[in-house]
Design a protein. Structure first.
Length: 481
């Protein structure tokens, strides 16, 4: 499988084509130092043989921002060095930190914008990116990623909403690209040309008057011209459409662009892959062969493989899926795809991040801080005599399901649905033994079965199937006359 093939990233090699993009853990304290909880999170990805591990956003400056890793001073280097060592001891992964600059936000809803930055402020940001990258190299990382996505400073320079009217003029593409060019030049000056520098930026801003694919193709090309060693793509996550909650600082994933950034269960699988494919095609057609990472609700091995085989991406990014199951790569490599704990895109992890709480997965056993290690000796959950007692009842526009609790160490249940004789798909994972399916349509037939799963991803045989045929409602306007 191509997803298991190594890939060259500058002077380094990732052992396979699966990447975990930067995902905030909220395991750091206010002091910004690496602690054992953070190390354990990234070691867990290495144990699962993830090809490229991108460490969560790590600040290059001292502005207050709750629990957030930092590389803004030399005394942070030792903790990062220890994390790199333990990750390297645990598996073959390539590991890089994502370094970030962000502007100020207030609980009142006020936020600092680009036009408030003086030339001296900008010079300091450029310098801070360079010194933070140098510290990352000193710590032993395999490279560094420049965070140029979402609501953060470099992304704001790239935006069509950039309000500046000087050399960083938001009205021209070259003006918007100038800040990234300066940062890239400073980073190369500090770390040299023999060390990988990647970038994450937006394939689409997903805000009113924001940029979309024609701009992002050209932004990616300039980044390739400047010598980036990989391009990781995201969508949305902007302040411009964030919903302000009284007394709280803006959280950039609360508006439509936030939905697009972390598409939940209401979105189809792989909603952004066409963007990455078009950017890759444009960059390649202009003579550059920079690896492109496609991300956004990609979780099925067959889907990931097809994207690579069809030349629509060079690597596949999975944040929420690898949070749910860091052993995804190992299970695919050993042909145990049925044991993958599959993300259901409930976005509980996103809600935890928004509230500055430790980011965990809903699918993990209750109360744990890290993904459980797989127990290959455990028996899969089961129902006595194979009878789950599954029942289905259509009532008030929804199908209500109920079943018996499985024996063994079941931590939850996957609910499968077939709509109109189509393909069985997981529509929800629940901890209990009931589920209400509110997304059904009259005139169609639905079939359901459930599987119990344990913390290692071992699943029971499917329960018996129940089938429900739904009537088309009668819309009689005289009914309430």
């Amino acid at each position: 499988m191509k997803i298991l093939d190594p890939i060259r990233i500058g002077t380094a090699t990732a052992p396979n084509r699966i990447a975990v993009p930067a995902m905030v853990t909220r395991l750091s304290g206010e002091d910004g130092f690496v602690n054992q909880g953070i190390i354990d999170r990234y070691v867990r990805y290495a144990e699962g043989h993830v090809g490229l591990i991108v460490v969560e956003a790590t600040a290059i400056h001292e502005s207050k921002s709750g629990p957030l890793l930092r590389l803004s001073r030399d005394d942070f280097v030792a903790g990062h060095r220890e994390m790199v060592k333990q990750v390297k001891d645990a598996g073959p992964s390539m590991i890089v930190p994502q370094i970030i600059h962000f502007m100020k936000v207030a609980r009142s809803g006020w936020r600092q914008t680009l036009d408030m930055l003086s030339p001296q402020d900008i010079d300091k940001i450029v310098e801070d990116f360079g010194t933070a990258a140098a510290r990352a190299r000193e710590a032993g990382y395999d490279g560094v990623e420049l965070h140029s996505a979402h609501a953060y400073t470099l992304s704001s320079f790239l935006s069509r909403r950039n309000p500046r009217r000087d050399e960083f003029d938001g009205r021209t593409l070259e003006g918007r690209l100038r800040m990234f060019g300066r940062v890239m030049a400073e980073v190369r000056k500090r770390v040299g040309n023999d060390w990988p520098v990647g970038v994450r930026f937006l394939a689409e801003e997903a805000i009113k008057d924001g940029y979309a694919l024609p701009d992002s193709q050209r932004i990616a090309l300039r980044m390739a011209q400047l010598g980036v060693n990989y391009i990781s793509l995201s969508v949305g996550g902007k302040f411009e459409d964030a919903v302000h909650k009284e007394g709280e600082a803006l959280y950039p994933y609360t508006g439509y662009s936030g939905d697009r950034c972390m598409p939940g269960e209401q979105y189809p699988p792989m909603p952004h892959v066409h963007l990455a494919a078009s950017i890759k095609e444009f960059v390649n057609a202009n003579g550059f062969d920079v690896p492109v990472i496609s991300a956004g609700k990609i979780s099925e091995p067959a889907d990931a493989e097809r994207l690579l085989q069809d030349g629509k991406a060079d690597m596949i990014g999975m944040a929420r899926q690898l949070l749910a199951d860091p052993d995804w790569v190992r299970k695919v490599a050993s042909k145990r795809e049925q044991s993958i704990v599959r993300c259901i895109y409930c976005n509980v992890c996103k809600q935890l991040d928004e509230n500055f709480k430790l980011v965990a997965c809903f699918l993990w056993p209750k109360g744990v801080e890290q993904a459980p290690h797989e127990d290959t000796t455990a028996d899969a959950p089961a129902w006595p005599d194979g009878d789950a007692g599954l029942t289905a009842k259509f009532e008030n526009g929804a199908v209500k399901l109920a079943w018996k609790r499985a024996t063994g160490a079941a931590t939850g249940y996957d609910v499968y649905r077939v709509e109109a004789d189509g393909t069985p798909r997981i529509v929800e994972a629940v901890k209990g033994t009931k589920f209400v399916d509110r997304m059904v349509l009259g005139g169609l037939a639905y079939a359901y079965h459930v599987k119990a799963y344990d913390a290692s991803g071992h699943t029971s045989p499917p329960s018996q199937t129940v089938r429900v045929e739904l009537p088309i409602p009668a819309y009689d306007e005289t009914a309430h006359a």
